[in-house]
Structures are given as structure tokens and as C-alpha cells.
Design a protein around this ligand. Structure first.
Ligand SMILES: *Cc1c(COP(=O)(O)O)cnc(C)c1O
Length: 471
């Protein structure tokens, strides 16, 4: 069970896996039936008998890796999941061995300090006041945040904090019936899921007015607010996209934020995918006005290239987040003299991984400018790809990309687009997703992989044409 031997085996296998994937060897996606895989990987036998170490492990790992979806393959253009920066992955390894669930400082001073400093770094990018170190009792006007397990959980936590503000009694007494959330229909499904989990019910999510592209129209918010108030509703939060999942467009945050400030409404910005544009001078204008929000979700495991999972939930006023979970558990929450800071009041997790180490190692090995340059390059790659696709007589592009997401379609029906996606996945050389937009079905590319080039986009177009010709 020697750690060094097995880790060495894993590193050798992974290095070769990375090189071969990046060179485009083999398929980006290949899905053997689960029954076959269960046998090939000998899962039941290993559980029963053990012995998966040394050369047996090497052999197993080959089989395991050959049944993974290769995000590092240039044909990977599918989901908003990072092609991890290797130092970020080393962070996951270190965390696996040290295993410091740092929501209480005494269980991980180094990861807790890293998380504290990363939150401050992100707060500054947003334009919010960082928390002084050490945090003081008298601390009032400063931001705060926590790293948590994904954008979906962070959205839930943000809306929980918003509910704490709109109806502080709800934690003990349950929800009043009048609370509603205003969100564009283009928002991520985790928003309505959060409404369900919070016990508000999905019906409490009211569609915020949007234009044809699904972008929020701030000018129409006053009228909607008046209507809702006349009907006896209380707006718990307004949600804006930065950017939306399907096509990657940003909502106008400054106008929306001004409206929310004037009307004392909580503005939650879902920047899970797009907040990373804050690292680029050329792109941060998309988030202009974000500082007027009350909360912001920012996934590092999308555009900041950390392994899954590492999300920041940031708030303009740290007290709002500290009030989100109004619970006591005497064995961990007791007042104590301590040299550090506990995050446990701010997160759903009790045992929480040292998520910050992943992001820190990405930033600290590359430097923040290089990470910002990656975000820019992926966006300009998406814009070039959209330009080229638009120049082709048989392709149509939904909108000019504002992020690294492109929706396009080949001449033909909605069913054809979905059929083509199935064929692409079956062949396994290009992996794309699909999305609905403006009432039509589109093929959707997310350019996450730094190895994806125009040649790959042109190769994809050729493959699509080939499938159309044969059908
Ligand atoms: C990806 C995404 C989410 C969900 O984040 P997870 O980290 O996958 O849970 C939420 N909102 C938006 C806008 C997203 O793009």
C-alpha cells in the first residue's frame, strides 16, 4: 500500500493520458454500456478481495482512464467544466492527503487562511471592501464570502441569505406566503431548484422581463414590482445572469443594480460562469455595475480552471451571509479565543474540502494576469469561431458571443440539430451540447479547452456536413 509507489503509477498514467488527450489521440467521448464497464473494471471483485495496488493498480488505471470523457481532447467543446490547470489538480491531491476540513480554523489554519485571502482577492475584483485581517468585532461595512461546493449550492445559499434579510423570522417559523424571486427565464435551473428547497415553491420564481435574446430589461422592473406589490407579494431577491448558461449573454447589471438599490431589493448576480471576466480589462465591462449587487456567485471550476469543485459566494455586506444560517451547534459554534477565522456560519457544509488550495495553486503558479489572459483567449476564440461559422452559407449563429459560449445551427430542422449531436457523440471526435434559444434548437459549443483551435471548429463543421449528406 505504498503511497509513493501508487502515486508514482498514477502520475505516470496521468501524464501520458494528458499528453495523448491533448494531441487529440482517441475519442473525446466514448460510452461503453455500464454493465460492460462494471465487468471490465472488476469493481465487485476488487471491493470484495482488495489488492488494487502496485502493478494491479497500474493495469486497472489504464482501463479506468480509457473509459473517461477526455476534457483535454481538442474536440471537447461541451460543458462548462474546466480543463484543469495541472497545479490546481495537485491542490486536490494535497487536500486528499492532508484532509483539513477548514470550516473551523483549528482544523486547517493554512487552507482557512488561503480561503480568507482568496475571498478578499475576489471581493476586490468585484469592487467590494475586503475583510480586515484579523476580522474584528466592530467590523461593519465590509464584504465577505465563502468557498463552497458548486454554483448551485452557492445560489441556494445566496437566496437563503436574501430570505434572512427579507423575512428574518422564516428560519424559525417557516416561510411567509408572500415571498417571490424575480429572475429571467434564462437563469440556471438551480435558481428554481433553490426556491423549491427553500420551501418557497418553484412558483415563487416570477419571470423577470427579458428581450428576445433573454436579456433582462431593467426598465420594465418598476412596473412589475408595482404589480407584484399590489398583489400583496414581497420580492425576496432579483436575480441577474452574468452570464446566462445557454448562450452566455450578460444582463445589464448597472441599471438592474440601481433599481434594486433604490427599491431596497436584494440583487443576486449569478456569475457562476461569467464572473471570471472580472480578471480581464477587455471583458470586465460586461459586469459593469456588479458592485451594486448584494451577492455574487463565481465558479472557479469553470473559467478559473480548478478541478471540480470550487465556487465563491461573495456578499457586499458580510453580516448578510453570517445571518443566513441562524443555528447553534455547541460543539463547534461556541465562542472561543482563537487566532483565526471560522467559515462554518457561512456554509452549508460541515466537513468542507480545502477548496481554496486548488484555486490558489492555479493563480500562484500562473499569476493572475495569465489566468485573465486565458479567459480572454477563450472568448476571442469563440468570437472567431462564430465569425467563421456565420460566413458559411449553411450555418447560422444565434448571437455574437460575449463569453466562450457559441450557439449555432446547420440548415435544417430542430430535430436535425439533435440528431446531429447524437451522431457526433456516437463517433466521438467532437463533443458538443445543445440548447434552446429564441424558440429554436441550437448546437452549443463551450470553448473551455485552450487546445481547441479554428481547425477543430472547421473539422466539426465538416463532420456535421458529412452526417447531413449521408442522411
Ligand atoms: C454552471 C452554472 C451554475 C451551476 O453551477 P455548478 O457549479 O455546476 O453547480 C449556475 N449558474 C450558472 C449561470 C452557471 O453557468
Amino acid at each position: 500500500m505504498d503511497f509513493e509507489i501508487n502515486a508514482q503509477i498514477a502520475i505516470e498514467a496521468l501524464s501520458s493520458y494528458m499528453q495523448r488527450s491533448e494531441a487529440g489521440e482517441g475519442k473525446v467521448i466514448d460510452q461503453p454500456p455500464m454493465r460492460d464497464l462494471a465487468e471490465q473494471l472488476e469493481i465487485s471483485r476488487f471491493i470484495q478481495e482488495g489488492g488494487l495496488t502496485g502493478e494491479v493498480f497500474r493495469d486497472f488505471l489504464d482501463r479506468y482512464l480509457s473509459a473517461t470523457t477526455r476534457l483535454r481532447h481538442p474536440g471537447y467543446m461541451a460543458h462548462q467544466v474546466a480543463v484543469t490547470q495541472p497545479m490546481g489538480a495537485v491542490g486536490s491531491l494535497i487536500d486528499g492527503i492532508t484532509n483539513n476540513p477548514m470550516v473551523i480554523y483549528e482544523m486547517g489554519p493554512a487552507p482557512a487562511t488561503i480561503e480568507f485571502m482568496l475571498i478578499n482577492w475576489m471581493l476586490k475584483k468585484v469592487g467590494w471592501t475586503p475583510t480586515p485581517i484579523p476580522p474584528t468585532e466592530a467590523m461593519t461595512a465590509c464584504g465577505g464570502g465563502v468557498l463552497t461546493s458548486g454554483g448551485s449550492l452557492a445560489n441556494l445559499t445566496a437566496l437563503l441569505a436574501a430570505r434572512g434579510k427579507a423575512d428574518p423570522g422564516a428560519w424559525k417559523a417557516g416561510n411567509r406566503k408572500d415571498l417571490v424571486i424575480l429572475a429571467p427565464e434564462t437563469c440556471h435551473y438551480s435558481i428554481s431548484r433553490a426556491a423549491g428547497i427553500l420551501g418557497l415553491g418553484e412558483q415563487a420564481v416570477k419571470a423577470a422581463p427579458t428581450d428576445l435574446d433573454g436579456r433582462l430589461i431593467p426598465d420594465r422592473l418598476p412596473g412589475l414590482l408595482r404589480e407584484l406589490r399590489e398583489a400583496g407579494s414581497t420580492v425576496l431577491a432579483v436575480v441577474a445572469n452574468a452570464c446566462c448558461t445557454a448562450v452566455g449573454l450578460y444582463d445589464p447589471l448597472r441599471e438592474t443594480g440601481q433599481f434594486c438599490r433604490e427599491n431596497k431589493l436584494w440583487l443576486h448576480v449569478d456569475g457562476a460562469h461569467g464572473a471570471s471576466a472580472l480578471l480581464s480589462d477587455a471583458l470586465k465591462h460586461h459586469l459593469d455595475g456588479v458592485e451594486l449587487a448584494d451577492s455574487l456567485v463565481w465558479d472557479a471550476h469553470k473559467m478559473l480552471r480548478t478541478p471540480g469543485i470550487c465556487t465563491a459566494l461573495l456578499v457586499r455586506d458580510h453580516r448578510d451571509l453570517d445571518a443566513a444560517f441562524q443555528q447553534d451547534a455547541s460543539y463547534i459554534f461556541h465562542d472561543k479565543e482563537q487566532p483565526g477565522f471560522d467559515f462554518i456560519h457561512r456554509a452549508e457544509e460541515c466537513t468542507k474540502a480545502a477548496l481554496g488550495l486548488r484555486l490558489f495553486l492555479v493563480l500562484a503558479s500562473e499569476g493572475e494576469a495569465a489566468v485573465g489572459a486565458y479567459v480572454e483567449e477563450q472568448t476571442s476564440m469563440a468570437q472567431s469561431a462564430a465569425g467563421w461559422l456565420r460566413s458559411q452559407p449553411d450555418f447560422e449563429v444565434a448571437v455574437e458571443p460575449e463569453s466562450n459560449i457559441i450557439c449555432f445551427r446547420i440548415q435544417g430542422s430542430d430535430e436535425l440539430q439533435l440528431e446531429l449531436r447524437r451522431k457526433l457523440i456516437q463517433r466521438g471526435m467532437h463533443y458538443v451540447t445543445a440548447a434552446e434559444f429564441r424558440g429554436q434548437q441550437w448546437l452549443r459549443l463551450v470553448i473551455m479547452n485552450p487546445k481547441t483551435s479554428m481547425e477543430d471548429i472547421q473539422g466539426l463543421a465538416e463532420e456535421l456536413r458529412g452526417h447531413v449528406d449521408r442522411s
